[in-house]
Design a protein around this ligand. Structure first.
Ligand code: AMP
Ligand code: GLY
Length: 426
C-alpha cells in the first residue's frame, strides 16, 4: 500500500522536519502542509485550510492518501476522528486517546490501573482536599494543572507554604479550565529523557530517543520554553533501559488504552525520569516532540511515509524503523525576548550558506518567505540541525551553521548537548 500524496497539519520546526523526511520517501508525489512556514515551502506546498470540514474537502479534491497531524491541539479537538469518519487515513490518535496528553489525571489513573511506574499522586477537584493531602507529604512537591496549559501548568513547590499557595491559585483559575482539576505528585529525581514509540492501536515499536533542553538559558537557567535544543539518541538510554521502557511503560499503556476502548494510534512520546529505581513516566504527549523531531528525522534511515501509513492502517511491522548510528543535534534560534515578549518581522540572512554545510539541515519553526526574503514570525524561529559521529561532533557542526546565519535579532543557547558531552569526556 504505497502512499504518495500526504497532507501534514502544523507550522513548526517539527512539521518542517516531518515534511523534509517525507519528501525523501520513495515514490512521493506531493506533500502539502497546512499552514506550513517559510522553510516548509521548499519541500511541500503550503496551503491555508480551516477546520475539519475544509481539510476533508481538500483531501477528497486532491486525493490525499494520508494526513499527518503535528500538534496536540487539533488531536485534542478530534480532527483525527473527523478524518477517519470521512474515510481518510490519518496518523494521530482519536480525541479520547489524546487524553493521554490533555488530562494529566487521566494518565495518572491509567498508570495506577495498569501498574506503570510514575510519581505517587493525588487528583483533586476542590481546594480543601488538596490542601489536606499536602499535610504529611515530602517537599519539594509537584503541582500540575490537569489540562493543556501551553507547557506552563507545572509548578515545583519547595515547601508546604508555597504548595498551599499554588493550590489556591490554581483553583482560583490561574490556568482557566485547565486547572479546574489538579494533580499533586511526588518530586522525582533523575535525568529526563524523551522516548518515542509508534503505535497502531495493537502494537508499538520504538522510534528513537532524545534529550531536550527546556530552560531558556545556558546551564539550564531561566524560564522554561517549548525546548531550546535537543540531541538524539539520548546517550544514557542503553538497550536494557530501552527494553524496560517498552515493557513497563509503553506496552502496558497501549494495552491499557485498548482495554479501555480507546486504542492509541500515532506517536506516543513518553517524557521519562531515569531514577535510581529505573525509568518512570513524567507525562505522555500524543504527538512528536519539538525540537526532538528535528534531531530524530535527520537520523531516520527508513521510509517515513510507509511507516506512518502502516501505523495509520493498524499494521505496523514488528521490527522498529532503522536509525543511523550517528548523533544528531538541533540548536533552536529564537527571537530575543522569547519566551516572554519578543518582536516579529526581522529579516534573517545567509540561511543558504548555513544549509549548504555538510551534514546540516536548517529547519524553520517560525518564518515567512516573500520571494528570497525570510522573516522571523515566531518565538522559536529556526532549528540548526547537524549529524556527527558523536554528540560533540554534531554539536560543533550545528554551531558552525548557527554562526553562519546572519540574524542579530535572534539568540540561542550555546550548550545544547552538554550532558552527553560531559558523559563522553568523563
Ligand atoms: P510536564 O509538563 O508534566 O512534562 O512537566 C514539565 C516539567 O516539570 C518536566 O519536564 C520536569 O522537568 C518537571 N516535572 C514534572 N513532573 C515532575 C516530577 N514528578 N518530578 C520532578 N520533576 C517533574
Ligand atoms: N520538546 C518538548 C515537547 O515537544 O513537548
Amino acid at each position: 500500500m504505497g502512499v504518495s500524496r500526504i497532507l501534514v497539519i502544523g507550522s513548526g520546526g517539527r512539521e518542517h522536519a516531518l515534511c523534509w523526511r517525507l519528501a525523501q520517501s520513495p515514490g512521493m508525489e506531493k506533500i502539502w502542509c497546512a499552514p506550513g512556514n517559510g522553510g516548509i515551502r521548499e519541500v511541500a506546498e503550503c496551503v491555508t485550510l480551516g477546520g475539519a470540514d475544509t481539510i476533508i474537502a481538500f483531501c477528497r479534491k486532491h486525493h490525499a492518501d494520508l494526513v499527518v497531524i503535528g500538534p496536540e491541539q487539533p488531536l485534542v479537538d478530534g480532527l483525527a476522528d473527523a478524518l477517519r469518519e470521512a474515510g481518510i487515513a490519518v496518523f494521530g490518535p482519536s480525541r479520547v486517546a489524546a487524553q493521554l496528553e490533555s488530562s494529566k489525571g487521566f494518565t495518572k489513573d491509567l498508570c495506577a490501573k495498569y501498574h506503570i511506574p510514575t510519581a505517587a499522586y493525588g487528583r483533586f477537584e476542590e481546594e480543601a482536599s488538596a490542601i489536606a493531602y499536602l499535610k504529611g507529604q515530602r517537599f519539594p512537591i509537584v503541582i500540575k494543572a490537569d489540562g493543556l496549559a501551553a507547557g506552563k501548568g507545572v509548578i515545583i513547590a519547595p515547601d508546604r507554604a508555597e504548595a498551599e499557595a499554588t493550590v489556591r491559585e490554581m483553583f482560583a483559575g490561574k490556568f482557566g479550565e485547565a486547572s479546574r482539576t489538579i494533580v499533586i505528585e511526588e518530586f522525582m529525581e533523575g535525568e529526563e529523557v524523551s522516548f518515542f514509540a509508534l503505535c497502531d492501536g495493537d502494537n508499538a515499536v520504538e522510534f528513537g530517543s532524545a534529550q531536550d533542553h527546556k530552560a531558556v538559558g545556558d546551564g539550564d537557567t531561566g524560564l522554561n520554553t517549548g525546548g531550546m535544543g535537543a540531541y538524539s539518541p539520548a546517550t544514557m538510554m542503553t538497550a536494557a533501559l530501552r527494553g524496560q521502557v517498552m515493557e513497563r511503560i509503553i506496552l502496558p499503556a497501549m494495552r491499557g488504552m485498548k482495554a479501555e476502548g480507546m486504542p492509541f494510534q500515532g506517536v506516543l512520546f513518553a517524557g521519562l525520569m531515569i531514577t535510581r529505581d529505573g525509568p518512570k513516566l513524567i507525562e505522555f504527549n500524543v504527538r512528536f516532540g519539538d525540537p526532538e523531531t528535528q534531531a530524530l528525522m535527520v537520523r531516520l534511515d527508513d521510509d517515513l511515509a510507509a511507516i506512518l501509513a502502516a501505523a495509520a492502517a493498524g499494521n505496523l511491522p514488528a521490527t522498529p524503523p532503522r536509525f543511523r548510528p550517528e548523533a544528531a543535534l538541533c540548536v533552536v534560534l529564537a527571537a530575543r525576548g522569547y519566551p516572554d515578549v519578543y518582536e516579529k518581522g526581522s529579516e534573517i540572512r545567509n540561511l543558504k550558506a548555513a544549509a549548504a554545510m555538510p551534514g546540516v539541515v536548517v529547519f524553520h519553526a517560525g518564518t515567512v518567505a516573500e520571494g528570497e526574503k525570510i522573516t522571523a514570525t515566531g518565538g522559536r524561529v529556526l532549528g540548526a540541525t547537524a549529524l556527527g559521529r558523536d554528540v560533540a561532533a554534531a554539536q560543533q557542526a550545528a554551531y558552525r551553521a548557527v554562526d553562519a546565519i546572519d540574524w542579530p535579532e535572534g539568540f540561542c543557547r550555546r550548550d545544547i548537548g552538554w550532558r552527553a558531552i560531559k558523559r563522553q569526556t568523563g
